[in-house]
Design a protein around this ligand. Structure first.
Ligand SMILES: [Zn+2]
Length: 319
């Protein structure tokens, strides 16, 4: 088994051919690990941009890439060919930190190679997703590379952030810290199927309108953290949308305690995902500024699949 951890840097610019914005890859960095998780090889390549030779200020400020590096770079098609040869084994699992790099790679393969897939990709795992699972972070926020390193007490001094090879080395450091035999399999996807690309290209949508027909009011049930009794909704018109979720205050009819309840509806590739959380009410005078949302009587689900996912601890304060 070989693991390949890839990181990219790209320059965003207007593309006349596409009549839109295009993220042109200018640097590919990657490390190859053996099954003992030791780095056995590095890959680093600058790519000569052709859509825009002018680097945006974001790229200039964030990375250390100089125009001269890119001037000496090679065309994307050649870099992709070298990279495929470098990976060598079909059984390698390619990983990136989050799917953004993968989507940018796909965008570049489509434009420069005319393919609808990434030629060197057979198996893929999202390292960020795997890391969040291993660190038990299910708060719905995306964990940054640097933050993950901090949590794991990895010294980042020797790594230069936003440098493709260095970021992939830091990612591999994180990977070898969190890896546990048998746990990566469910994160490893077959990238030779069309469904793989449909899935990574799907943009999740958070439902912000409480009157959306996909929302079923039967989901608005919560139990008291103190006595397990069914909580009652003090004011059914008091739902507010804040922090990507609907929030309200529910009261326990038995012990009288009040709770902040949160419910999030997210449309994903697999259907509607619902996340609920509850925590004891803490009174905050600033909350009076929020305008309540009223609920209408619609609750038909257009999707045949509903996924119910609950955080490990229902008492978590974030959703
Ligand atoms: Zn109670």
């Amino acid at each position: 088994m070989r693991y390949v951890i890839m990181d990219l840097e790209w320059n965003g610019s207007y593309c006349r051919d596409l009549n839109g914005y295009f993220n042109e890859i200018i640097e590919i960095g990657a490390v190859k690990l053996n099954d003992k998780l030791e780095i056995i090889d590095n890959f680093h390549q600058y790519i000569k941009p052709i859509i825009s030779r002018k680097l945006t200020n974001i790229v200039k400020n964030l990375t250390n890439i100089q125009s001269i590096d890119l001037y000496n770079g090679i065309p994307f098609y050649l870099a992709a060919e070298f990279f495929e040869k470098w990976i060598k084994y079909d059984s390698s699992i390619v990983m990136t930190w989050g799917t953004t790099d993968l989507l940018v790679m796909l965008e570049n393969c489509r434009y420069f190679l005319g393919t609808d897939s990434i030629p060197f990709l057979n198996s893929y795992a999202d390292l960020q997703d795997y890391c969040q699972y291993r660190l038990n972070l299910h708060d719905g926020n995306h964990l940054g590379l640097s933050k993950a390193a901090q949590i794991l007490n990895i010294n980042q001094d020797k790594y230069e952030l936003h440098h493709a090879l260095s970021d992939s080395q830091l990612s591999s450091d994180i990977f070898s810290n969190i890896y546990k035999k048998g746990t990566l399999r469910k994160f490893t996807k077959n990238a030779k199927q069309k469904e793989f690309y449909d899935r990574i290209s799907f943009k999740n949508v958070i439902i912000k309108d409480i009157n959306n027909s996909l929302i079923n009011k039967d989901d608005f049930n919560f139990s008291c953290l103190n006595c397990q009794a069914q909580l009652t909704n003090i004011n059914s018109n008091a739902w507010i949308f804040k922090g990507r979720a609907f929030r309200n205050i529910f009261k326990c009819p038995v012990c009288g305690r009040e709770f902040d309840v949160r419910i999030q509806y997210k449309l994903t590739y697999d259907g509607l995902s619902i996340k609920k959380s509850i925590s004891p009410k803490i009174y905050n005078p600033n909350e009076q500024n929020d305008i309540p949302i009223s609920i209408s009587e619609t609750s038909s689900s257009k999707l045949n699949k509903r996924i119910y996912t609950y955080p490990d601890s229902l008492a978590t304060s974030n959703i």
